[in-house]
Design a protein around this ligand. Sequence first.
Ligand SMILES: Nc1nc2c(c(=O)[nH]1)N[C@@H](CN(C=O)c1ccc(C(=O)N[C@@H](CCC(=O)O)C(=O)O)cc1)CN2
Ligand SMILES: NCC(=O)N[C@@H]1O[C@H](COP(=O)([O-])[O-])[C@@H](O)[C@H]1O
Length: 212
Amino acid sequence: MKRILVLISGNGSNLQALLDQAAAGRLGGEVVAVISNKADAYGLERARAAGVATEVLPGRDFADRDSFDAALRQRIDGYTPDLVVLAGFMRILTPALVRHYEGRMLNIHPSLLPKYQGLNTHQRAIDAGDDEHGCSVHFVTEELDGGPVILQARVPVFADDDATTVAERVHVQEHAIYPLAVRWFCDGRLAMKGGQAWLDNQPLPPEGHAGD
Ligand SMILES: Nc1nc2c(c(=O)[nH]1)N[C@@H](CN(C=O)c1ccc(C(=O)N[C@@H](CCC(=O)O)C(=O)O)cc1)CN2
Ligand SMILES: NCC(=O)N[C@@H]1O[C@H](COP(=O)([O-])[O-])[C@@H](O)[C@H]1O
């Protein structure tokens, strides 16, 4: 059973999707701990309700990004995870930390990468007049939201949408594709090699695995 550690900063709906799949025996691994950089993250309640260990590491307790990441690495490694999953973890990670977990750290990003790296992606898609938007699961690399894409899901954007309605539509897709990508990793089907995502020993295209 692979050991999965999840990093959060907020609501934790993606964490909940992972917990639900794990409880149903469909994740291929167990969530061994949840670490948040925000003490008020509701995702911590979700983890506790599932009997999963939780820790809080407030960014404000550290003088700089390097010292925070050094402490975070120590906390993470204490759980000896096979996979580290960012699920709404809202901190940019230092190159040293990313290198330590490269190939075994995933992120869910609320856009069709490489479009809209960074924050505020739903409003940016609306402001651009996009009629399609979505989410991407990718390996985490030093380049912010620039890691190789594993899986994407698309949603329509309607004229009367706002950032909240688009976010709700994207969340539904996130909760489907993230557990799938994590399952692929836990089953030994997914890897990062030469800066590319590979599934079943085949390199994935830039947009990730095409839906079935
Ligand atoms: N080195 C990397 N770090 C992180 C990656 C990555 O691919 N490489 N993915 C992000 C996740 N993310 C979007 O998916 C993201 C998270 C946070 C930020 C950001 O600008 N954070 C600010 C603080 C914002 C806040 O506190 O609200 C910061 O850290 O200064 C951008 C994108 C996770 N990290
Ligand atoms: N750049 C990172 C980022 O914006 N991630 C996004 O934060 C949300 C977390 O929701 P959750 O806490 O309910 O899982 C998700 O929509 C995820 O794509």
